[in-house]
Structure formats: structure tokens, C-alpha cells
Design a protein around this ligand. Structure first.
Ligand code: HEM
Length: 472
């Protein structure tokens, strides 16, 4: 494998044996891209993977050019996005007219003001769901971190975004299916040039996962289309929508929107919360400060909507966790017309890879980039007093495709962390080091087990909150 670093024009600067580089990518995909970016000191890097030669773009100026300034020239089409079409169809996770329509329909459901109206309900949901861990705290039975974090998220998402139109059982059936698809799609990402009539590893598993998702989602869509209501959840809003010609969305369009939002909302948030416990376990001083804030603001809990603005340090911890482990770690774009980035000429039809994982750890923009230090988010400026480059930190992307769920995340995640830590103490049972798996979102390799104990003695005897109000 060769890496070409561009400066003025694309030129070959060094060559690494292909097998070794592929091994690095396979072993630690995000880490390998970071290594290439650091070697190139933020310049555009060309990865030569035989028939597939994408450009790795990590300098914040270049990221801004691709994601915002010239975004129409860098679209979500082409061989990297084709595998995702199997899962998401043509909607909010695509580009062009389909994306524009979906974004216009969904955006009003994700404004700061609208999310604020859901906060109290989210808080009640979180409280109800984590009480189920009492059993683990009593018996000493560990929990599987990613499964439990996904369980909490889908429980919230199902209520606030889907108006409880999926039963809890169905919602939980989707989690392993999304997991299966997320892991299986990776082979298509690694071999984007492979035609679809040739089966590659995990293709069958991927299609099985998508079928499992469709088996749950389509009946919900058909039922909602047959009996429309006035609710403000996504399913109802999509079913009521008519375009300028009075046409309604098809069942497939509604299914695509629901699966896109469901996947975007659950995997990403569940993964960052999983990394969070690993980070806190390795940094007892930060964990203690976080705990002190939660004790002071939330006390015995549960966390409520009014606590969120007071949880300043919790927010800093989340921001820093997202710097080190941005769940949306790989953001590919297809180059529509010949272009130039950082002096490098890029031909139409090429693929550009953006990865917040690498940019957010570049030494040129972050002091001690690999260190977990939430304090850096105490101010918008760097330690040297300069304003941070807007695109040196972009865990939620940027430009017109910026994540719709960012506000939701900053209400939901502090509520979850504060509710858990006001009731329990968690300890990581799986020994490190923790490496990154090859999956559509940044996730730790293997199963992460957490031990659960009550935060306060005698807690098991404390009557729970009124679970009937929130549980199904
Ligand atoms: C830790 C949490 C999250 C992270 C790190 C994250 C990250 C991202 C990133 C990087 C993008 C940009 C993709 C691109 O430019 O191609 C994105 C888009 C998107 N995210 Fe998120 N996301 C998170 C949570 C959520 C949640 C909670 C929701 C919904 C409830 C959501 C819904 C979406 C949607 C619909 C898009 C597509 C927006 C568009 O293209 O117009 N995300 N997200």
C-alpha cells in the first residue's frame, strides 16, 4: 500500500507494504487512519488500497470545505454509501431531493425548543428503565454495557420519537438486528468496489439483519398509515405529511425515515455512553468530580429535566468523551466534479474520507490530544487563549448534513449519566486495553461487562419511583 501526501499536487512520498497497512486497518481502523493523518501533519492523504484509492481529509480547513463551504460537490452517493442504502433507503441519510424533503419534514421535531418539551418525559423514562438494574445490584450479576446502554436509549427513543408505537419487545428485537447490520456492512466498506452480484463475507448476515428490522417496522408503518392520529411523534408526522401535489409518503419512504432516525439515534448514543464508563474507570479523579457534581445537583435522584442546565461538568465530560470517541467516526463523501483540497487535485468520482476521530486528535489543534481532560471544554478557547477552529471538533458533523439529534443528545445523555450515578456505582469488569471494532459506529471490540452496586447503603429497601407511569 502506498500513501501519497499532496502538497501543491498529489505526489508519492512513501510506500508501506500493502499487507502491513491492511493489517493495521483491520486491527484498529480508527487508529490506523489517525496514524496516517499524523504522519501527513494534516495534509490530504491518499490511501492506495489497490482498486480503491480514497483521500483522507483531516485538516479542519479542508473538513470545513467539504462539509460546509462546497458541500454540494461532496455528496452521500457512490460506492461507500451504496451499502448503507440497503439499510436506510433514500431519505434523510442520502442526498439530493430525497434528503432535502426528509430533512424539511424531520427538522421541526429536533429543535432545541421542541426537545425541551420532551425532557421531563425522557427523565421519567430513564428513571424507570434504570430501576431494572436494582436486581443486578442485589444479586451482583454484571450487565453488558452496550446492550444495556442501547436498551435505555431505545426505551427513550421509542417513547419520545415514536410515540410508543413499537412495543418494548419489538424495540428490543431491533437492537441485535442493527448490531448485526452494523458489523456486517463493514465488509462492503472495506471492499466498496465489489459488485453486488458477488457475495462477500457477512452479506447474508447483513440482509438477515435488515429483514429482521423490516419485520418489526413495516407492520407499525402500515398500522399508523391506516389509523392516522394527531400526535407529534415522528411516525404520526410522517403519516400526515403531504407534498405540494397533495401526495402522501409511501410506506417505504416512512420506513426509510424511521429506520434512519432509529439507527442514528440509538447506536451512536449507546456507544459513546459505553466509552464513557471505560474512560471514567481509567480516570478516578474525573469520575470523582463528576460524581460530586451529580450528588450536589441531583442528590438521591432521579435526575429531572430542570437539573440538565446545572450539570455543567457532566456536559464537559460528554464533550471530551465525544472528542476521543466520536461515534460517527467515518464520514465518506463522493466527489461530484473535479476539485482541489489543500492544493491537491481530486478527480470527480473519487471518495473523500472524513474522520472526526483523527481530526479531533491532531497535535496541531489539540494539546495532549490522547489525554482525557474534560477541563479543555471549560472554555471555547484553547490553553493558548485562541478560539478553537470550528472544524477541529465536529462529532456531530457540520454544514447542511449536521446531525439532527445533537440537542436531543445533550438533554438525553446528561439525564442518563446523572440518573445512573445518583442511584448506582458502576465498575468495569472487562480488563483493558480496549480497542476499536470495525463497525459503522465507533465501538469497543468485544463485550464490556459492568458491575453494578447501589450508591447508598440500604438503597435496595428504598421504594422505587412510580414505575407504572413510565414502563410498558
Ligand atoms: C452521540 C450521539 C451522536 C453522534 C456522535 C452523531 C453523529 C452524527 C454525524 C457525524 C452526522 C453527520 C453525517 C454526515 O455528515 O454524513 C449525523 C447525522 C445525523 N444524525 Fe446524528 N449523531 C448522534 C446522535 C443522533 C441522535 C440522537 C439522532 C436522532 C434522534 C441523530 C440523527 C441524525 C440524523 C437524522 C442525521 C442525518 C442528518 C442529515 O444528513 O441531514 N443523531 N450524526
Amino acid at each position: 500500500m502506498a500513501i501519497d501526501v499532496g502538497a501543491g499536487s498529489v505526489r508519492r512520498v512513501r510506500s508501506i507494504p500493502m499487507r502491513r497497512t491492511v493489517r493495521r486497518l483491520m486491527h484498529d481502523p480508527a487508529g490506523a487512519l489517525l496514524e496516517f493523518a499524523r504522519e501527513a501533519e494534516g495534509q490530504v492523504v491518499r490511501l492506495n488500497l489497490g482498486p480503491f484509492r480514497p483521500y483522507l481529509v483531516t485538516h479542519p480547513d479542508h473538513v470545513q470545505q467539504v462539509m460546509r463551504l462546497e458541500w454540494t460537490n461532496y455528496q452521500r452517493v457512490g460506492m461507500f454509501w451504496r451499502p448503507l442504502e440497503r439499510l436506510f433507503g433514500h431519505g434523510i441519510m442520502s442526498d439530493g431531493e430525497h434528503w432535502r424533503t426528509s430533512r424539511a419534514i424531520l427538522q421541526p421535531l429536533f429543535t432545541t425548543r421542541y426537545i425541551a418539551t420532551l425532557a421531563e418525559e425522557m427523565a421519567a423514562r430513564v428513571a424507570g428503565r434504570i430501576e431494572e438494574w436494582d436486581e443486578h445490584a442485589r444479586t451482583g450479576r454484571d450487565i453488558d454495557a452496550t446492550t444495556e446502554m442501547s436498551g435505555i436509549i431505545t426505551y427513550i427513543v421509542n417513547r419520545v420519537l415514536f410515540g410508543d408505537k413499537l412495543s418494548r419487545q419489538d424495540a428490543e428485537r431491533i437492537i441485535p438486528a442493527i448490531d448485526l447490520v452494523s458489523h456486517s456492512l463493514v465488509y462492503r466498506f472495506l471492499m466498496p468496489f465489489m459488485p453486488y452480484f458477488i457475495r462477500i463475507p457477512r452479506d447474508r448476515a447483513c440482509l438477515r439483519g435488515i429483514k429482521q428490522i423490516d419485520d418489526v417496522v413495516y407492520p407499525v408503518v402500515r398500522e399508523a398509515m391506516a389509523h392516522p392520529d394527531d400526535n407529534l411523534d415522528i411516525v404520526s408526522v410522517l403519516c400526515r405529511f403531504t407534498d405540494e401535489n397533495g401526495e402522501r409518503l409511501t410506506a417505504k419512504q416512512i420506513r426509510d425515515a424511521l429506520v434512519s432516525v432509529y439507527t442514528a439515534a440509538s447506536e451512536t448514543t449507546a456507544m459513546i455512553l459505553t466509552w464513557l464508563w471505560l474512560l471514567l474507570d481509567g480516570h478516578p479523579d474525573i469520575a470523582a468530580r463528576l460524581q460530586a457534581e451529580i450528588d450536589e445537583v441531583v442528590g438521591d435522584g432521579p435526575a429531572r429535566a430542570e437539573h440538565v442546565p446545572q450539570l455543567a461538568y457532566t456536559r464537559m465530560v460528554l464533550l471530551e468523551s465525544l472528542r476521543l470517541y466520536p461515534s460517527g467516526w467515518l464520514v465518506p463523501r463522493h466527489v461530484m466534479e473535479d476539485a482541489e483540497i489543500g492544493g491537491v487535485r481530486i478527480k470527480r468520482g473519487s471518495t473523500v474520507l472524513i474522520t472526526p476521530y483523527a481530526t479531533q486528535r491532531l497535535e496541531e489543534f489539540w494539546e495532549r490530544p490522547d489525554e482525557f481532560d474534560p477541563e479543555r471544554f471549560a472554555s471555547e478557547k484553547t490553553a493558548g487563549g485562541e478560539r478553537r477552529h470550528r472544524y477541529s471538533y465536529f462529532p456531530f458533523g457540520g454544514g447542511p448534513h449536521k446531525c439532527l439529534g445533537e440537542h436531543l443528545f445533550y438533554v438525553e445523555a446528561p439525564l442518563i449519566v446523572a440518573s445512573i450515578l445518583s442511584r448506582f456505582r458502576l465498575s468495569v469488569r472487562t480488563p483493558g486495553p480496549y480497542t476499536v471494532a470495525w463497525a459503522a459506529s465507533l465501538r469497543p471490540k468485544g463485550r464490556i461487562e459492568l458491575g453494578v452496586s447501589f450508591a447508598r447503603r440500604g438503597r435496595s429497601a428504598v421504594a422505587g419511583h412510580d414505575r407504572s407511569a413510565v414502563a410498558r
